[in-house]
Write a protein that binds this ligand. Structure first.
Ligand code: TRP
Ligand code: SF4
Length: 337
């Protein structure tokens, strides 16, 4: 146990997870479960979700369970990965307060991820961003360090947050003495999946995503509306699969057929409607075990509750121990036996 490394990652529960998450991070997390040298933690970041959804607590609450179902349905196994809830670990809020002394406003305002997000959230924040949102990198540093998460598997967009965490750790250790572990980001090699409309990003607000929880009908409907080669009008027009999202998804879901798809498309021997139907069928088949597992857990709410409770309890014990060390280093170890 002692020389095991810990990994920590998480998601904001602001919506259900889609196939972009599946290929981007979830498959990686499942694969990592085979590595015995790592003790794995996955956090449902409801406190962070509130930083830009403070006016919508019901949405966050509902999505905590949706994200938990997404995790379990893709094969994140609670026996191998501790799944826990951020808001139930008060130590994280406590650490955030102490770390906030070690970060300047200017540094937070320069954080590229935060900067982009603020620009996207003008409607919510108006003229001036909240203290909580600007400070969420500090809270994320608390998440990571509380569990001595040395490895943080994330997407590229999270790198500035990990860097910010590393700076906080170095500053803490230089002022209060060597206490915290400096984390490292582990970038997934998987590429980002484009949306059905060809948009670089798949997202709820864009309406171009296939969710892991989508029904067969929903999948078919979405695939039928996907962007195809716009230059192709009749079936015998020569097509270009390189500009077609259906071909792009065939590449992900139809390994055996992709060559034929492209050849027939280029030769004008393939109808787009049939091509889409075939893709929808393949996606439905590939996601079938995920849907079935989801159904299993959906029917067992007590089991879901227990998984989250047990995971959170385990995480709490670790955070408590880190808190004890932090307070000792900061000379805040009052009233100790
Ligand atoms: N910021 C992450 C996201 O938006 C979620 C997150 C919160 C996280 N705390 C974390 C990720 C700690 C890794 C480690 O997806
Ligand atoms: Fe796309 Fe298939 Fe139509 Fe070719 S035949 S343009 S690959 S949907």
């Amino acid at each position: 146990m002692q020389n095991k490394k810990r990994s920590l990652t998480g998601d904001r529960p602001t919506g259900r997870l889609h196939i972009g998450h599946y290929f981007g991070s979830l498959q990686n997390r499942v694969k990592m479960q085979e590595d015995d040298s790592i003790e794995r933690f996955v956090m449902i970041a409801d406190v962070q979700a509130l930083t830009d959804n403070f006016n919508n607590p019901q949405k966050v609450r509902d999505n905590v369970y949706q994200v938990l179902l997404d995790y379990l349905s893709v094969g994140i196994d609670p026996e191998k990965t501790t799944i826990f809830l951020q808001s139930m670990i008060p130590e994280l809020a406590e650490l955030t307060v102490y770390y906030s002394n070690l970060v300047t406003l200017a540094r937070l305002e320069r954080n590229p991820t935060v900067k982009t997000e603020i620009a996207q959230k003008r409607e919510l924040f108006g003229e001036s961003v909240t203290y909580g949102f600007l400070g969420y990198p500090v809270s994320q540093a608390a998440d990571i360090t509380a569990f001595e998460g040395e490895l943080v598997p994330v997407g590229e967009d999270q790198l500035p947050l990990i860097e910010q965490c590393r700076e906080i750790v170095r500053k803490f250790n230089s002022i209060y003495g060597e206490t915290l572990k400096e984390p490292k980001a582990v970038l997934s090699s998987n590429k980002r999946i484009k949306g059905l409309d060809g948009n670089e990003k798949m997202g709820k607000s864009l309406g171009n995503a296939i969710y892991l929880s989508d029904s067969e009908e929903e999948i078919t409907k979405k695939v039928m509306g996907a962007l195809t080669d716009p230059g192709r009008i009749r079936k015998d027009d020569l097509g270009n699969p390189d500009v077609c999202m259906v071909a792009y998804y065939h590449e992900l879901f139809s390994k055996d057929e992709i060559k034929t798809v492209c050849e027939e498309c280029r030769a004008g021997k393939r109808g787009c409607v049939d091509c889409k139907k075939q893709l929808a069928k393949n996606i439905i088949e590939e996601l079938r075990p995920i849907r079935e597992k989801r159904k299993y857990y959906e029917e067992r709410p007590e089991l879901l509750e227990k998984i989250l409770k047990d995971g959170t309890k385990k995480a709490q014990e670790i955070a408590k121990e880190t808190m004890r060390k932090v307070k000792e280093s900061m000379k805040l170890n009052y009233f100790e036996e």
